[in-house]
Each structure stands twice: as structure tokens, then as C-alpha cells.
Design a protein around this ligand. Structure first.
Ligand code: GLN
Length: 455
């Protein structure tokens, strides 16, 4: 009730939600009743949660921020949503996002931008700006996001929340409307590292419906976070600063807070080394070929026949004309840009030059990470190069928009886990900054232990 009241009070300004769950109180009451009946409930039973609109929910519309899916109610729940329900969490509603998760500011939502609760004239990051803003504005204590190139971590950084991109394949993608299938990963958006661990424990694990799902047994991430609170949990930990992820173009206030965080780590007994990953210079370029290539294929299913919108051209038309008119009206400008880029990169004459080269860079990024993790336990960087920028500032400049993801993209290319933790406010503008921790694949527990220690 408190969260629904808060949504009613502030979401007119913040616009974090695309849909509020009318059945939330009923669900909460059912969980109360089950508790009263003596049922054994999980740690998060009864806790409300906001869900990014990229995730399929069978009782609420799931639009992925696009007009082409306006009003579409999926016939099934994403596996992660089913897991939330089974654990007794209460879905509060669906959160705003850049259309099909393409963007870094939530301005590319077909339903209007989300506003950063710290300053309503500024962006909340993207693509998961709705989930991050909902948590930052106390409209929800927890949220789910998806991170293909930073869409959980970068919004976390600019809204002062915690965001985790788990190891690729460790959380099911079934029912997450695909952007780039080799990069997409669902993860927690919270206010503390322990909260993120508790939520990660609910959503993790193998899913036979996702062909890239790992079969590993995972440790308790909540316990990993609690272990970080023990004294001396940072003593002797080897921490690497990646030169390429903390260089030119970073805002002074972000670098200032990062230097402070490094001093804190070292004061707590961590061993700090600076390391170079030369391939990271090409990571954004490679990502912006691989992502559009995969997205152009994934979005081919929006053909006016199977889902959502259908536009009939005046005077009727052939199947192809209906398809073209539907995609013309149903997709926004960033989605069209990426479909064109992706189909071009995949076309016969250019495949080796573009897509092929990008895949080679991806291999080099993976090798650089492997080499770095031979030397250190975790890698750190600022989570984003700047604090939240004003709404409208970068909307007409795709390259400037893409550069926001400089620090987050390498982890997606390599499939490794990353977390963004609030790092204090930048001196010049008083806006939140974030520090990113990265660990080797399958070592998500390290992010929780060292993240909680640093928090
Ligand atoms: N900003 C990135 C992009 O536009 C992030 C996408 C994501 O993580 N979903 O591709």
C-alpha cells in the first residue's frame, strides 16, 4: 500500500511505470494469509517489486517500450517472473525503458521519457531508466532490469542505486524480449548490495527453456554479501584498475569519487594495481556491430502477423506492404537505425569486414579479461563516464549516446558479471556516481562480498 501510494504521489513527475499492477494488494493479502497459515516463505515473500517491461508477464502488458507491442499481454510469464511469484514477491507493475532496450537515457521509449528523481530535468540512464528511477524514488524497494550493454549498471550509476549484471547464462532469458541474445542478461536493481544478493538468489539457476542457460550450482549471493560485512574482508584482495576504463572524457567529479573509492579499498588492505586492456578501445565499435546484427534478426518477428500492431495501408495492400507499413509506424527512430546497421553489417558483401571483425574484437576482449584476471581478483572502474545529463542533450547524437556505455560494454562482450554501487555525489553537480566491480565468469559471489565491503 505504501509503495502504491508513493507511485500515486510521484510517478506523474518521474514516469518510471508504464503499468501499475491493479492486483498487487490482492497478491500481498494472499501472501499474508499464507504466512498466517504457517506456510514456510522465502526471505523476500511479500516484498513488492517493479519489473522492466522487457519481461513477459501474463497478467500485465509487456511492450518493451515499443508501440509495435502496445497493449500486448503475453500468454506466459518469463521464467524470472515465475520465480518471483513462486518466492512470494509482489509485482508492482512494469517499468519504462528505451524501445527494445536500445539506449542509455530512456528517452527512446515510445511512451515518453522517465525523469531522474535526483533532478527531474535529467535522464535516469537507460535502457532500464524506469526500474532504476522507481527504486531511487522509493516507488519500489526492488526491481528487475536487463543488461545487454549496461542497461542495469549505467542507470544504477546515475540514480544512486545498485545494479547487477550476472554472469551470462546464469539467469534465464526465457520470456525476456530479446535484444541481442548473446549479450542479454536479466539482473537485480536495488538500494543495497545485500538486497541485490537476496534478489539474485531468487532469479538465478538453470532453465531448460533457455538454450544458453548454465547448469551450475550457485552459492548464496546473500551470504556472499554478508561475508563482505565481516571485518578485514578486503585485506589482501587484489584489485585491478583498468586504464582504458578511467581515462579521457570522464567527468572530473566522477574521477574524484573514483579516486576516493580506490583510497578506501587500499585503506582496507586491498592491493591495488593498474592494468591495461588494449582491446577495450575497440569494444564499443564491436558492440555496435554485434548488437544491431543480432537485434535486426530478433526483431524480424514483429511482422504484423504474430504480435501487436497491424497497420493496413490505405486501400489495402499485399502482405509485404502491411508488414512495411506496420514496421514503419511501429518502430521508433533508434530501432530503425539499428535494424539498418545490423542488416548492413550482416549482408553478404560486408559480413567479414564488419560482423566478422567485430567477433574477432570480442575474442580479444575475452582474452584481455582472462589475462587481467590471472593477476587480480576483481577489476574496478567508474560505472559511467558522467553523471546524469539533461534530457534532450544527446538525443540527436547517436555517437555521443553510445559513448555512455564505454565502461559497461566489455563485461557483456565477455559474458562476465558486473555490479554498479553508489560512489557518492559528484562535487561539481551534486549528482550520483557509481563504481563498477567486475569478476571472472561464474564468480558473481565476489561482486557481492567486495561490493558489500565497499558500500
Ligand atoms: N546503451 C546500450 C545500448 O543502447 C545498452 C543496451 C542494454 O543494455 N539493453 O545498446
Amino acid at each position: 500500500r505504501a509503495h502504491l501510494d508513493r507511485i500515486a504521489a510521484v510517478d506523474g513527475d518521474v514516469h518510471a511505470f508504464l503499468h501499475v499492477n491493479a492486483a498487487a494488494l490482492e497478491t500481498a493479502a494472499a501472501i499474508d494469509a499464507s504466512r498466517a497459515a504457517g506456510d514456510e516463505l522465502g526471505a523476500l515473500a511479500g516484498v513488492p517489486i517493479a519489473i522492466k517491461d522487457v519481461l513477459c508477464t501474463l497478467d500485465m502488458p509487456s511492450t518493451s517500450g515499443s508501440k509495435i507491442l502496445e497493449g500486448w499481454i503475453p500468454p506466459y510469464d518469463a521464467t524470472v517472473v515465475a520465480k518471483l511469484r513462486a518466492a512470494g514477491l509482489v509485482p508492482l507493475g512494469k517499468t519504462n525503458m528505451d524501445e527494445f532496450a536500445m539506449g542509455s537515457s530512456t528517452e527512446f521509449s515510445a511512451y515518453g521519457p522517465t525523469h531522474n528523481p535526483w533532478d527531474l530535468d535529467r535522464i535516469p540512464g537507460g535502457s532500464g531508466g524506469g526500474s532504476a528511477a522507481a527504486v531511487a524514488a522509493f516507488e519500489a524497494p526492488l526491481a528487475l532490469g536487463s543488461d545487454t550493454g549496461g542497461s542495469i549498471r549505467q542507470p544504477g550509476a546515475v540514480t544512486g542505486t545498485v545494479g547487477v549484471k550476472p554472469t551470462y547464462g546464469s539467469v534465464s532469458r526465457y520470456g525476456a524480449i530479446a535484444l541481442a541474445s548473446s549479450l542479454d542478461q536479466v539482473g537485480p536493481v536495488t538500494r543495497t548490495v545485500l538486497d541485490a544478493g537476496l534478489l539474485h538468489d531468487v532469479i538465478k539457476g538453470h532453465d531448460k527453456r533457455d538454450s544458453t542457460s548454465l547448469t551450475d550450482e550457485w552459492p548464496s549471493f546473500a551470504d556472499a554479501a554478508r561475508a563482505g560485512l565481516a571485518p578485514d574482508s578486503l585485506r589482501g584482495v587484489k584489485v585491478g584498475i583498468v586504464t582504458e576504463l578511467n581515462g579521457e572524457g570522464f567527468q572530473a567529479g566522477v574521477k574524484g569519487r573514483f579516486a576516493e573509492a580506490v583510497a578506501l579499498l587500499s585503506g582496507a588492505g586491498a592491493e591495488i594495481v593498474e592494468l591495461s586492456a588494449p582491446s577495450f578501445e575497440y569494444a564499443i565499435s564491436a558492440y555496435y556491430l554485434i548488437l544491431p546484427a543480432e537485434a535486426s534478426s530478433n526483431l524480424a518477428k514483429f511482422d504484423s502477423v504474430r504480435f501487436g500492431l497491424r497497420v493496413n495501408p490505405e486501400g489495402g495492400g499485399t502482405v509485404e506492404q502491411v508488414m512495411a507499413a506496420t514496421r514503419e509506424q511501429g518502430f521508433g527512430p533508434e530501432v530503425k537505425r539499428r535494424i539498418i546497421l545490423g542488416t548492413y553489417a550482416l549482408s553478404a558483401g560486408y559480413y567479414d569486414a564488419y560482423y566478422g571483425s567485430a567477433q574477432k574484437v570480442r575474442t580479444l576482449v575475452q582474452r584481455d579479461f582472462a589475462r587481467l584476471f590471472d593477476e587480480v581478483d576483481i577489476l574496478i572502474s567508474p560505472s559511467a563516464p558522467t553523471t546524469a545529463f539533461p534530457i534532450g542533450e544527446k538525443i540527436d547524437d547517436p555517437l555521443a549516446m553510445y559513448l555512455n556505455d564505454l565502461t559497461t560494454i566489455p563485461a557483456n562482450l565477455a559474458g562476465i558479471p558486473g555490479i554498479s554501487i553508489p560512489m557518492g555525489l559528484a562535487e561539481e553537480d551534486g549528482l550520483p556516481t557509481g563504481i563498477q566491480l567486475m569478476a571472472p565468469a561464474r564468480e558473481d559471489a565476489r561482486l557481492y562480498t567486495y561490493g558489500a565491503a565497499l558500500e
